[in-house]
Design a protein around this ligand. Structure first.
Ligand SMILES: [Zn+2]
Length: 85
């Protein structure tokens, strides 16, 4: 099942899943198929794609929203979608 991320409540822009290892190092999507160093997820909202958004972060900084790592896409999606008013 594909988890759904709602649009950003501030700018209406797109939020994405970021794949990381258990230490929060960024990994690409393929890593998810062979997560040899642990697997976690976070929400990305990229400033370059959503200019003017108060919560977007620069891609060079990882673009992650918050510092939390989630065990699954579902958890990450629930945390993000909960932000909606
Ligand atoms: Zn936004």
């Amino acid at each position: 099942m594909k988890e759904y991320l709602k649009p950003c409540p501030f700018c209406g822009g797109e939020a994405k899943f970021g794949v990381t290892d258990h230490e929060g190092n960024d990994r690409d999507d393929e890593y998810e198929n062979d997560p040899w160093s642990g697997l976690a997820f976070r929400i990305l909202h990229i400033h370059e794609e959503n200019e003017g958004c108060p919560i977007a972060n620069y891609e060079i900084d990882g673009a992650a929203i918050g510092v939390y790592l989630y065990d699954s896409r579902k958890e990450a999606a629930e945390a993000w979608n909960k932000r909606q008013g």
